[in-house]
Design a protein around this ligand. Structure first.
Ligand code: SF4
Length: 289
């Protein structure tokens, strides 16, 4: 595995936002980290990239190619693409200038063409559409051919056609050897593009495995519920199915199992991993569902 996250906990002040989270990312392909907003996906990705905000601390192990992550990995090792591309781009330089500042020998024309930005080299970020800003951020993040590219909800604000074009760029990067960690709450995107899936609930990973297995035979009741919601299934009352009650807030998570208050058949045991490397879930009774 290229990236191993083991028992990762992240605290902001006194609050533990991510708790004992574990998952891995292979050397190739697209790994989707999915879950509701507020489940800790972005915070986890920031810790992997050594980009946690001031005041946040973490413990556990994050291994990249077998060694602990640190800031020296940024660029050629791990690259991060933020959802808010407008803020991530430097407003005072044209696209071509920004590329040259990363690598002065880069073939800017080729890079611009590869990311669908022909003719945009002389433009400033404010002159670009939302889709072009994301393409630009992807291009700059890929300039040093990172081994792992983390894309954090980059399609969330885009229309379907633009989102598909952006995902095609990620797929193409993946085919050329960059492993992708895709942070998303869009199950449809994960279904269409992911090779591997990890699921987060209330600051913990609760399932991970090959995408085909997780999607066709989910083990954890939370994953099943997420997929049901994404399918827009209706219950007997004719209303669309949701997951009730709401995800517990930081500081209000139940002990033992963070899903116990939402679980259709709750137990009183401490949730533990069951399964194998290709598909496992943190639930004591996965076969019940
Ligand atoms: S069966 Fe128990 S461990 Fe599994 S999700 Fe429900 S409460 Fe948690």
């Amino acid at each position: 595995m290229l990236l191993e996250v083991q028992e990762l906990s992240i605290s902001i002040g006194k609050e533990e936002a991510v708790r004992s989270s574990s998952f891995s990312v292979p050397d190739t392909g697209i790994t989707a980290l999915i879950g509701e907003s507020g489940s800790g996906k972005s915070l986890t990705a920031l810790a992997i990239s050594s980009l946690l905000p001031p005041g946040a601390t973490w413990r556990g192990r994050i291994l990249f190619d077998g060694r602990p992550v640190d800031e020296s990995l940024r660029g050629k090792g791990i690259s991060y693409v933020f959802q808010d591309a407008a803020s991530a781009l430097n407003p005072v330089y044209t696209l071509e200038k920004q590329l040259k500042r990363i690598d002065r020998n880069v073939d800017a024309e080729r890079m611009l063409r590869a990311f669908g930005l022909e003719g945009a080299g002389d433009l400033y970020p404010f002159q670009l559409s939302g889709g072009m800003q994301i393409r630009s951020e992807l291009m700059l993040s890929s300039a040093l051919s990172p081994r792992l590219l983390i894309a954090d909800e980059i399609t969330a604000a885009l229309d379907g056609k633009t989102a598909a074009a952006i995902m095609d760029i990620l797929s193409s990067l993946s085919r050329r050897g960059t492993a992708i960690l895709l942070i998303t709450h869009d199950i449809g995107i994960a279904r269409a593009y992911a090779d591997r899936i990890a699921v987060m609930h209330a600051g913990e990973t609760v399932e991970e495995g090959d995408a085909g297995e997780v999607l066709s035979s989910p083990l954890h009741p939370y994953t099943k519920a997420l997929l049901t919601c994404a399918d827009m299934e209706k219950g007997k009352d004719g209303l669309f199915r949701t997951i009730e009650p709401a995800m517990p807030a930081i500081g209000e998570r139940p002990e033992g199992c963070t899903y116990s208050k939402r679980c259709p058949h709750p137990c009183t045991e401490t949730a533990r991993w069951i399964g194998n490397a290709s598909h496992r879930a943190r639930c004591c009774h996965p076969s019940k569902y």
